[in-house]
Write a protein that binds this ligand. Structure first.
Ligand code: KG4
Ligand code: ZN
Length: 339
């Protein structure tokens, strides 16, 4: 079965086709980052308009590659969570196609797409496992008992970790989205004179709070005007160390509390090199295994939506009568995927 996947929840237009028999993937990805950069963040209306302009031509290119529209067996799109206007563009394209072609369709949960992304490159984490989802909009630890059976173990009470990276990067004069640039600046030095707190690690529980780290960075920046290059790198380094260490401590705790041996890391911040290395070391210490998506599938993409959709569509799940999109949508409310 060839499943078309359409992702448009934020500032990336992702169109992909996933063949669940051969594992083949055809995909196009367009990032709107340049459009939003001058505003220092995503402007929802501009995001929606750009999805409208880009999605259909990208779809036409992919259809050419797979031998035409008749090769599509089913259609998956991101139903939420995300920016309403942006989601509506992808959802309406998907629904129009599904109705016109009389093919089954299904709205996919964006975070389930992220969570299953490691499987796109053939990685099969053994169930049950703990998933760490770290993106620009979400930070959560999830107990994955079965595919589709999710229990949130902990989440951020304020900023998502990617958001904290981006806001701190902005303070340091880096352009949006600053996560990767902040990481590069942090990695340019080996030590920092600053030590940031590891929020919420000295009390039980698996929730996170990252807004205090941004404030810690802000205080230093205010006290050290004008900022020189070394100080910027030291703030970035201290910030990244604190984030990575906090995530490591909470992942260790989640594995210990659940008794699971497998950790799956997904979402844009999962591309962070220090985080990957720290988690590999930590999980090895617990004699467990950590699985990451390929770097190209860490950030938003259509392939992860096609893949998650294919798993559910193969079980006969469809949502022909659904006509909304969801800005908020709990992972826990999803039905199990089944056999
Ligand atoms: O998953 P994603 O592409 O989009 C959302 O669904 O939010 O994640 C984007 C986030 C941004 O905040 C970006 O700055 C961050 O992931 N990010 C990174 C790195 N690469 C992307 N943060 C830290 N280090 C990185 N290497
Ligand atoms: Zn995402």
């Amino acid at each position: 079965m060839k499943v078309l996947g359409i992702e448009s929840s934020c500032d990336e237009t992702g169109i992909a086709v996933y063949d669940n028999k051969s594992g083949e993937i055809w995909q196009r990805l367009y990032s709107q980052i340049e459009k939003h950069r001058e505003y220092g963040g995503v402007v929802p209306e501009l995001a929606s308009r750009d999805h409208v302009v880009k999605a259909a031509p990208m779809l036409v290119e992919i259809l050419r590659e797979i031998g035409g529209i008749d090769a599509i067996d089913a259609i998956a799109y991101t139903r939420g969570p995300g920016l309403i206007g942006a989601l509506m563009v992808g959802a309406n394209l998907a629904r129009g196609l599904a109705w016109a072609l009389d093919k089954p369709m299904l709205g996919v949960h964006h975070m389930e797409g992220h969570l299953l992304a490691p499987m796109l490159s053939g990685e099969r984490p053994k169930l049950p496992f703990v998933a760490l989802l770290v993106s620009g909009g979400h930070t959560m630890l999830v107990d994955v008992r079965e595919l589709g059976d999710y229990r949130i173990l902990g989440e951020s009470l304020d900023d998502a970790v990617g958001e904290a990276f981006d806001k701190t990067a902005k303070l340091l004069g880096l352009s949006y989205p600053g996560g990767p640039e902040l990481a590069a600046l942090a990695d340019s030095i080996a030590v920092s004179r600053f030590e940031f707190p590891r929020p919420m690690t000295n009390r039980p529980g698996l929730d996170f709070s990252f807004s205090g780290l941004k404030t810690a960075a802000l205080n230093i920046v205010r006290q050290h005007q004008p900022l020189d290059e070394v100080l910027r790198a030291e703030v970035a380094h201290a910030f990244q160390c604190a984030v990575v260490d906090t995530l490591r401590i909470k992942c260790k705790r989640a594995l210990e509390e659940t008794g699971y041996q497998q950790l799956v890391v997904a979402g844009g911040v999962g591309a962070n090199r220090q985080l990957r290395e720290a988690l590999v070391r930590q999980v090895a210490e617990l004699s467990g295994r950590v699985v990451f998506p390929a770097l190209e599938y860490c950030t938003d993409n259509g392939a992860m939506i096609a893949y998650a959709g294919a798993l559910r569509l193969a079980q006969g799940q469809t949502d022909e009568n659904v006509s909304d999109v969801l800005a908020r949508w709990s992972l826990e409310s999803l039905p199990a995927i089944g056999a």
